[in-house]
Design a protein around this ligand. Structure first.
Ligand code: NAD
Ligand code: UFG
Length: 349
């Protein structure tokens, strides 16, 4: 296996994963519409590969376009084939990801997330490319108080974004029902991906508005916002604030390479894997840790609970630890430090 197609590979998680792939000797073909990412990420990825001295390990190709355009995608596979190369597997990051936006514009989310995937799968099928790692989300689960979530937990998304992720998982399961079709698929159910690359050259840099805790904390430190609003102080958790499983994006990136390895060395199957650290951190603990690591002070106030939040979302990651040659290595300190350094460097440039 040599060339991996990364849909949405210039986005937050895709860009970091490209580095892990190249480091392991894969060639990477990125296809991205740039709807939520910037073209300069491509040169940043190349710069990081040079800095890490891994640039000779694998090549990077890029094509700009919308994956819903099936003819265009077909042509990309075809051109690769004509050059005597082949696309051996796909990591499918591309999609829209804002919970809030999906509640406001559910049709846009269903159109984009489902049609990207249907277009991709039909072209993969035509070229007999049947190994796929899919970016799913912990948001598909129904959560239980103070109980870690394993892969058999009940699924019950509560917004259009989560529903599209679960619907895609169902399509992928249907593909595997035909035993003669030989699809190898891993649904990686991410918990809370955060952090940035340690070179501070890439990190989370969306074009769309981000309402997640890390971008908000940074906005407060940049004085673009007065205070962080902590959503609720009366949740049934130890300190009354919500608990999440924050995973460093480079640990997450490495899990994709491990999932690819698992898929190619095992029988065709569809497997669901939680990708988290298994450690819970409350919002208050996170803010305190961020302040301590970066020697800063984030002003905050408590506000009402946010609609749709759950008090406790932490992965039981034992299946991933058992099956993949992978474990998370980065700490919450690394996450806080790398995020802060990335924002400082970004603002200097
Ligand atoms: P991102 O928005 O940074 O990256 C997605 C990329 O897909 C962007 O570069 C965007 O331009 C591209 N894209 C979107 N629609 C496209 C289209 N029609 N054709 C081609 N390219 C298109 O998001 P991310 O944080 O890197 O997330 C990657 C995947 O992981 C997404 O599917 C997301 O739903 C999933 N996920 C993310 C999180 C998270 O907190 N970041 C959590 C769980 C799951
Ligand atoms: N929070 C605040 N104030 C803010 C923003 C967030 O208190 O201004 C709190 C939230 O209430 C939550 C925690 O910080 O307890 C984390 O919130 P995020 O918005 O950063 O992340 P979520 O856990 O809500 O959602 C994330 C991704 C989803 C993904 C989900 C999977 O954004 O895409 O994890 O569990 F589906």
């Amino acid at each position: 296996m040599k060339t991996i197609l990364a849909t949405g590979g210039l986005g937050f998680i895709g860009s970091h994963t490209c580095i892990s792939l190249i480091n392991k000797g894969y060639d990477v073909l990125i296809v991205d519409s740039l709807v939520n990412s910037k073209l300069n990420v491509l040169s940043k990825i190349k710069d990081i590969c040079s800095i890490l001295k891994i640039h000779n390990k694998g090549k990077i190709f890029f094509e700009k376009g919308d994956i819903r355009d099936r003819n265009w995608l077909f042509q990309i596979f075809e051109d690769f084939k004509k050059e005597g190369r082949s696309i051996d597997a796909v990591i499918h990051f591309a999609g829209l990801k804002s919970v809030e936006e999906s509640i406001l514009s559910p049709l846009r989310y269903w159109d984009e997330n489902l049609n990207i995937t249907l277009s991709l799968l039909s072209v993969m099928d035509q070229f007999d490319c049947k190994t796929l790692v899919f970016s799913s989300s912990a948001t598909i689960y129904k959560t239980k108080l103070n109980k870690k979530i394993d892969e058999d937990s009940f699924t019950e998304p509560i917004n259009a974004y989560g529903n599209t992720k679960l619907a895609i998982e169902k399509i992928l399961l249907d593909l595997s029902r035909n035993r003669q079709s030989y699809w190898r698929i891993a649904n990686l159910r991410y918990f809370n991906p955060v952090g940035a690359h340690s070179t501070s050259l890439i990190g989370e840099d969306p074009k769309n508005k981000a309402n997640n805790i890390f971008p908000i904390m940074i906005k407060v430190l940049e004085k673009k916002l007065d205070k962080l609003s902590i959503f609720g102080k009366d949740w049934p958790t130890l300190d009354g604030t919500c608990v999440r499983d924050y995973i460093h994006v480079m640990d997450l990136a490495d899990s994709h390479v491990a999932a690819l390895r698992f898929l190619i060395s095992n029988d065709p199957q569809v497997i669901n894997l939680n990708i988290g650290t298994g450690e819970g951190t409350s919002v208050l603990e996170l803010v305190n840790k961020f302040n301590k690591v970066n020697n800063c002070k984030i002003p905050f106030e408590f506000s009402d609970r946010r609609n749709g939040d759950s008090p406790f979302v932490v992965a039981d990651n034992s299946l991933s630890l058992k099956l993949l040659d992978w474990k998370p290595n980065m700490s919450l300190e690394d996450i806080c430090k790398d995020t802060w350094n990335w924002f400082i460097k970004k603002n200097k440039n």
